[in-house]
Design a protein around this ligand. Sequence first.
Ligand code: UDP
Length: 326
Amino acid sequence: MNILITGGAGFIGCNLAAYHLHKGDSVFVVDNMSTGSHVNIANLFSNPSFQFEEADILLWDGLKERVRWAQRIYHLAAIVGVKKVLEDPRAVMAANIAGTERVFRAVAAVNPAAQVIVASSSEVYGFNSKAIFSESDDVVFKSGGRLRWCYAVTKLSDEYLAYSFMKKSGVKVVIVRLFNTIGPHQVGRYGMVVPRFIDQAITNVPISVYGQGQQTRSFCDVRDTIVALDLLASCPAANGEIVNVGNDREISIQDLAEMIIARSKSKSHISCISYEDAYGIDFEDITHRRPDISKLKRLTGFSPRWSLEQTLDTLIDLARAKLVSI
Ligand code: UDP
């Protein structure tokens, strides 16, 4: 099968590309390298079925040609990461909304039979106070222009773009709401907690817990995420559906920090940093975020295979190996 992955040099995209190449598919990755990196895809070039172009999704002149070629499109190109979002919300709005619209226009024009998997986010649940989020729950945002919500608004827009093109142009879409994803190739530079804590732990510097660390998250190994995405894309009953993709085990950020210290046998201590110091005053964190994954299970039979402990052990080993090689 011919597969186009936009944003495919990011950490989810590069794992997805490797997985499909391993299955014998042909993969074309486009990425502007804003958060993606050449290192992530370096080992894919030896495979003759892999192609790559460095281009911005807003401007790429090869878009229509590649959309025509593809049977499946994973649209992952987006600006992600809290730090990036707060740094340049204008770029986030443009890349995440106009970029998605451009992809859908191309699909509708030259290849409406292609299957499109659109990456949305658990951020769209916003301030919904439910303990566990399922797909039919309300999305809850506060008014007042807090820029943290830019990202969530762009992802909700992407969902409605997907529905619009499905209804008006017959495009086949699955909308995946990705919950916190972790795994090989993720970096902490843009704010993601697990690679940050691991880098801190293996260098024995304080672990930067924001707030009091009582906020919770549910972390899914990217090696599970990509299997779930492939299963959903292959599942006719998932067409036109919004589906949570994640792991439903929940952990507080304090407990995560302690787990990483213990598993890496680190001498680091935990240092609580106020949100104001971490992100600036214009910031409100989400207190909890856990997916209901029963719809994903019902549609595909999927269950996560990697435990948090196994994932952390893998990532600690990889981070140590990288440190030695520098
Ligand atoms: N976080 C933290 N220390 C860090 C980075 C993040 O305590 O160095 C917290 C952050 O405030 C949030 C959680 O970890 O409560 C997950 O943050 P991340 O940016 O990875 O994902 P998201 O906020 O999108 O869930």
